[in-house]
Design a protein around this ligand. Sequence first.
Ligand code: SAM
Length: 185
Amino acid sequence: MVRRLPRRAAAPAVTVLRIGHRAGRDPRLTTHLGLAARALGAERMLLHPPDDALAARLAAIGHRWGGTFAVEGVADWRSAVRAHAGAVVHLTMYGLPLDRQLPRLRRHPRLLVVVGGAKVPRDLYALADYNVAVGSQPHSEVAALAVLLDRLRGLPPPATWRGGTDAIVPRAHGKLVRRAPEGTR
Ligand code: SAM
């Protein structure tokens, strides 16, 4: 007799909302947040306040390396939180431990993961369905998001990165990049 294993629910689809971005002051940090969100399997990043130059830089990364990750500016982050059709997770060192909250987070088909900048508005704690800590020590939004996405979804499969002009061929030494033939992108 074939024993049926319990089917593991699909990992939740993740949208990241970055609030408190200071265009022109910390473009590198928010760019790294977008890069980590994309590479670790989030579907898109909402950015408050909007920053067209940063969105264009991340779109160029997607054009080269593939996938469908997108960045959208939002003028009013509270409306974006309220409009989200799914659970809202606020990453904060003051929240409940990630390991404890993971089983609950995994039950949702869609998550909006909110990360802050230098100062986080107080009402976000009440707007969120979950306030989640990746360790109860201060560190960085990039680190917190990376750990959450890894625990929640693991690394995306290689097929995620279809459609780019370039693909990395993993090597023990040196660098090898394969260029996609014209017409296959
Ligand atoms: N001092 C800010 C505040 O008012 O909470 C936090 C600033 S921290 C540099 C920027 C962001 O990193 C936070 O808003 C949070 O999203 C994330 N973060 C930092 N440490 C974290 C932790 N231990 N767990 C979860 N998220 C964390």
